[in-house]
Ligand binder design. Structure first.
Ligand SMILES: Cc1cc2nc3c(=O)[nH]c(=O)nc-3n(C[C@H](O)[C@H](O)[C@H](O)COP(=O)(O)OP(=O)(O)OC[C@H]3O[C@@H](n4cnc5c(N)ncnc54)[C@H](O)[C@@H]3O)c2cc1C
Length: 486
């Protein structure tokens, strides 16, 4: 396993082509709007060595028997799935989006689909995958998953788009490898990564077969370009953006301009019938990750709301307690879906454990549809200072500090400075910049709510439910009551 320092050194050896806010970025490690994101990923190397959490943050490789970072592990049991959800909630309580989940969710998916492809088509993607995985675990590679294509007109399938490059596709192939063109979007954590794993984003038809492509590339592959943006605010008073300045997220438009991929890094190249399974498999693993990170987001929100209620002297009020309890229920419902999905997970393909599709989709669906209500509750509890609290810079200014000390007082025994800090955290998490990211990430990250609703509906056993109703209504006899198989 790499140390945090070794991870940073590994980034220095690669020179990806990055643009952000109208500039070419030469130093991705020390740039003030990117460093807070590097810090998030570095944390995954740090906590893997913390004796308090090693049981969650590390695993044993099924390929080599070595101790590895759990973010490089292929799930081997229900216990592994449970630990992944627990680990994700642990990390996300510190920094919200831990960002190393996309890659491992993509790799777990590929461990199944490459195996299925070799069985069905006689390809050798699973061998490629295993060799890649051994290297990935040994080097403790920091990677991300790029699945979402830019997609053009949503009504049209890949091959029917006016511009054929709106989904990533193979434009050439030879004995050495394939050449790919197109763009992925919303790619979280490409900037702090060593490698990027590309997957098809949807089911494909025969005429879309060039779009059924999965592969891995180093971030500095020739012809790959990133156009990034960052959640990190330009420099402000430290008090004003306590979270947003400390931890960051970037997403990139990830452009592939005829990039060559050698065969040993190709995991699908034209097997269009399996593309849907890749998209669905990634959806399951990634929504499982959300069942860990989204309860942690609610932990942050509910903790902040409970603190401000205490500082304002309203923590005793029954309506405040009721709203805080609603937040607790949301967090624990999502987490319960993650744990249940883990416990009910099953082995697939070569024995990789995949979580229960229905439960993890319900967990992510709750996250996407409840976030706005959660934020409303925090606003309601916090009051108007959620957005009107004067800046930390004015607290530091001797001309205004005495006024703020006096008039920003809530409960007498709480220092005004602490109360202002708590309001600024409310503002940072729910009302400015990062807060907008948090809402949209909860809604669309891991797939839009409708994608989960469709999956839940499709997999749910409606016939059993209808049968129950028929017996209860007297349409069918009591003996017809369906067997309990949950
Ligand atoms: C913060 C954030 C981080 C992300 N990180 C990553 C990442 O690291 N890697 C990655 O691969 N992806 C990532 N995503 C992408 C995420 O999975 C997508 O945003 C999500 O799948 C929705 O796709 P879209 O953004 O293209 O929206 P759209 O697909 O345009 O969806 C917008 C709306 O249109 C609806 N819609 C779309 N197509 C149809 C159709 N054919 N018929 C009917 N309705 C339709 C959707 O249900 C939704 O309501 C991230 C997203 C966010 C917001």
């Amino acid at each position: 396993m790499k140390t945090k320092g070794e991870y940073i050194e590994s980034l220095k050896k690669q020179k990806p082509e990055i643009y952000m806010f109208g500039e070419k970025i030469e130093d991705r490690i020390n740039h003030p709007l990117l460093k807070p994101q590097i810090d998030v990923l570095a944390f995954t190397y740090e906590l893997a060595r913390d004796p308090r959490y090693e049981h969650l943050t590390t695993a044993t490789s099924h390929l080599t028997g070595e101790k590895i970072n759990r973010f490089t592990h292929i799930q081997q049991s229900n216990e592994d799935l449970v630990k992944k959800v627990q680990m994700t909630r642990l990390y996300a309580r510190y920094c919200c989006c831990i960002q190393r989940c996309m890659a491992i969710d993509a790799l777990n998916t590929l461990s199944i689909t490459t195996w299925l492809s070799d069985k069905k088509y006689g390809t050798n993607y699973y061998d490629n995958f295993i060799e890649y995985m051994k290297w990935f675990q040994k080097e403790d590679v920091c990677a991300t998953g790029a699945m979402t294509d830019v997609k053009g007109d949503r009504k049209l399938r890949p091959a029917d788009q006016a511009d054929p490059d709106l989904y990533v596709r193979i434009v050439d192939r030879n004995d050495e490898g394939i050449t790919v063109r197109g763009a992925k979007c919303h790619t979280t954590a490409a900037i702090p990564a060593n490698d990027i794993i590309f997957l098809p984003t949807r089911a494909m038809r025969k005429e879309d077969k060039d779009y059924a492509v999965a592969f891995a590339l180093p971030v500095d592959a020739e012809g790959m370009k990133f156009i990034a943006r960052s959640t990190v605010p330009k420099r402000t008073s430290k008090m004003d953006r306590p979270f947003g300045q400390r931890w960051g997220v970037t997403e990139t438009l990830t452009i592939l301009q005829d990039v060559f991929v050698p065969w040993n890094r190709v995991f699908m190249a034209g097997e269009w019938e399996l593309a849907g399974q890749v998209a669905e498999g990634f959806g399951v693993y990634h929504r499982h990750s959300y069942c860990g990170c989204k309860p942690a987001v609610t932990d942050m929100l509910s903790g902040t709301a409970a603190l401000i209620a205490e500082y304002n002297g309203v923590d005793h009020a029954s309506h405040i307690q009721g709203k805080l309890t609603d937040l607790a229920c949301t967090a624990e419902q999502m987490y319960a879906c993650g744990i249940t999905g883990s416990v009910r997970g099953k082995p697939m393909g070569p024995g990789t454990y995949i979580p229960d599709i229905t439960y993890v989709n319900i967990g992510k669906y709750i996250a996407g549809t409840h976030i706005y209500e959660e934020i409303y509750r925090v606003h309601d509890i916090a009051g108007g200072f959620a957005v009107t609290c004067p800046s930390g810079a004015d607290f530091e200014n001797p001309e205004t500090r005495p006024d703020l000390e006096k008039y920003m007082k809530g409960k007498a025994e709480i220092p005004s400075e602490d109360r202002m800090k708590a309001f600024k955290l409310v503002e940072d998490l729910t009302a400015h910049g990062f807060a907008g990211w948090l809402m949209v990430a909860s809604c669309h990250g891991g797939g839009s709510p409708e994608a989960q609703r469709i999956t839940i509906n499709r997999g749910y056993d409606w016939e059993t439910r209808k049968k129950i109703a028929k017996v209860l209504a007297g349409i069918e006899p009591f003996e017809a009551f369906p067997e309990f198989k949950e």
